[in-house]
Design a protein around this ligand. Structure first.
Ligand code: NAD
Length: 342
C-alpha cells in the first residue's frame, strides 16, 4: 500500500519541494495552502486551497489517518517582515491558530508521524550577540528570550507539539530550520529572505552600480540549501529522534561577504552600501553536534554552489519580469496610440 502524507503549507517554498520529494519516494500526497505554488505546478496528487485558521477547513483536509503530516504553514517572511514589528500580531495569531487547529486532529485521526517546522529564531538573543561565536545548540533554548514574536510563537508551538506527545502519545518530530534558501523561494514583495533579496538586488543592478545591505553587514548567519533541508527532514522522519533538532548549515558567513559572493557569481562590478534596516541578532549559526550524533549525517553542500543555483534562478525571474513589464508597457503604448488615432 502507498504511504500517505498531508503537507500543510504545500503552496510555499519548503512545502512544495517536500511534495516533490515525497512523490519521488512513491507517496500519495495531499497538499493544503492558501495558494498554489507560485513557480511551478504542485507535485501533490490532491491540492486543497483553504485557510487553516478555520477549524472546519482543517477538519475537512485531515479526514483520515495519514501516515505522515508535515506542518510548514505559517505566517512568516524574512527580516523585512518579522523584525519590523509591523506584522507581530498577525504572525503570532495566525501561526498559533493553525497549530492549535491541526494538532488535536492529528490525535483524533491517529496520524502516524507529525513533523513540525520550528525555527532558529526561537534561540535566546543573549546567546547571539557576538557575530563570531553565536551559541545555538538545542539545549540552549532556555531561559527563553527570542528576539522576535515569530520566535516566541515557534517556541510556544514546539511546546504545544511536545505536550501532545507527552499527554496523547502523538508521534511528533520537531526541527529548527536555519535560513533555508534555493530556487522557487520568495524573491520579492517583502517576505523574501537575505539570500534571495541579495540575488535580486544584484540581478537588478547595472554593472558599475551599488547595492544596499541592511545593517553594518558584519552580522553573521548560515544558510542551508533547500535540497539538504528536505534530506534532513526525511532522515529525521525515518529516525526515532523526535527533536527539537537543528537542521541548518554550519558554514557561517557575514552578510557583506554573502553579498560579495553573489556579486562575484554575477560577474558584475558592484559596490556595497550599508544602510539602516531590520537585521535581527548579531550572529547565528547552526550547531550540528546533535544532528551528527542522532542521524549520523549533517548538511555539507557548499554555500557557493547553492548560491550559484539560486542566483541563476533569480536572475531568470528578474529577466522574465522585465520582459513582461516591457511587453505590458508596449501594449499600453499601442492602446494610447490607438486612442489618439481614433
Ligand atoms: P513559505 O511562506 O514559503 O510557506 C508557508 C506557507 O504557509 C505559505 O505558502 C502560506 O501561504 C501558507 N500559509 C500561511 N498561512 C496560512 C493559512 N492561514 N492557511 C493555509 N496556508 C497558510 O515559508 P517556507 O520558507 O516554506 O517555510 C515553511 C516553514 O518552515 C514555516 O513554518 C517557517 O516558519 C519554517 N521555517 C522556514 C525557514 C526558512 O528559512 N525558509 C527557516 C526557519 C523556519
Amino acid at each position: 500500500m502507498k504511504k500517505t502524507a498531508l503537507i500543510f503549507g504545500a503552496g510555499g517554498f519548503i512545502g512544495s519541494h517536500m511534495a516533490r520529494r515525497l512523490k519521488v519516494e512513491g507517496y500519495y500526497v495531499r497538499g493544503v495552502d492558501l495558494k498554489y505554488p507560485e513557480f511551478s505546478p504542485t507535485a501533490a496528487d490532491d491540492f486543497i486551497l483553504g485557510d487553516l485558521r478555520d477549524p472546519h477547513v482543517c477538519q475537512n483536509v485531515l479526514d483520515r489517518p495519514f501516515d505522515e503530516v508535515y506542518q510548514f504553514a505559517a505566517d512568516m517572511g524574512g527580516a523585512g517582515y518579522i523584525f519590523t514589528g509591523d506584522n507581530d500580531a498577525d504572525v503570532m495569531h495566525n501561526s498559533a491558530l493553525i497549530n492549535l487547529n491541526i494538532i488535536p486532529l492529528c490525535v483524533q485521526q491517529r496520524v502516524g508521524k507529525v513533523f513540525y517546522s520550528s525555527s532558529a529564531c526561537m534561540y535566546p538573543a543573549y546567546n547571539q550577540q557576538d557575530p563570531d561565536n553565536p551559541r545555538c545548540c538545542e539545549d540552549s533554548a532556555y531561559p527563553a528570550q527570542p528576539d522576535s514574536e515569530y520566535g516566541w510563537e515557534k517556541l510556544f508551538s514546539e511546546r504545544l507539539y511536545l505536550s501532545f506527545q507527552r499527554n496523547y502519545g502523538l508521534n511528533v518530530y520537531i526541527a529548527r530550520f536555519h535560513n533555508i534558501y534555493g530556487p522557487e523561494g520568495v524573491w520579492r514583495g517583502g517576505k523574501e529572505k537575505a539570500p534571495a533579496a541579495l540575488c535580486r538586488k544584484v540581478a537588478e543592478a547595472s554593472d558599475g552600480g551599488e547595492i544596499e545591505i541592511w545593517g553594518d553587514g558584519r552580522q553573521t548567519r548560515s544558510f542551508l540549501y533547500i535540497d539538504e533541508c528536505i534530506e534532513g527532514v526525511r532522515r529525521m522522519m525515518a529516525s526515532r529522534f523526535s527533536g527539537p533538532l537543528n537542521i541548518g548549515s554550519d558554514e557561517m558567513i557575514t552578510i557583506n561577504d554573502l553579498a560579495r559572493l553573489v556579486i562575484r557569481i554575477s560577474g558584475k562590478r558592484l559596490s556595497i552600501r550599508n544602510v539602516p534596516g531590520p537585521e535581527g541578532v548579531r550572529g547565528r549559526n547552526s550547531d550540528n553536534t546533535l544532528i551528527r550524533q542522532v542521524l549520523h549525517w549533517a548538511p555539507k553542500y557548499p554555500l557557493e554552489l547553492g548560491m550559484r543555483k539560486t542566483y541563476a534562478w533569480i536572475a531568470q525571474q528578474v529577466e522574465a519580469s522585465r520582459t513582461a513589464e516591457t511587453a505590458a508597457a508596449l501594449w499600453e503604448g499601442n492602446g494610447a496610440t490607438r486612442r489618439v488615432c481614433q
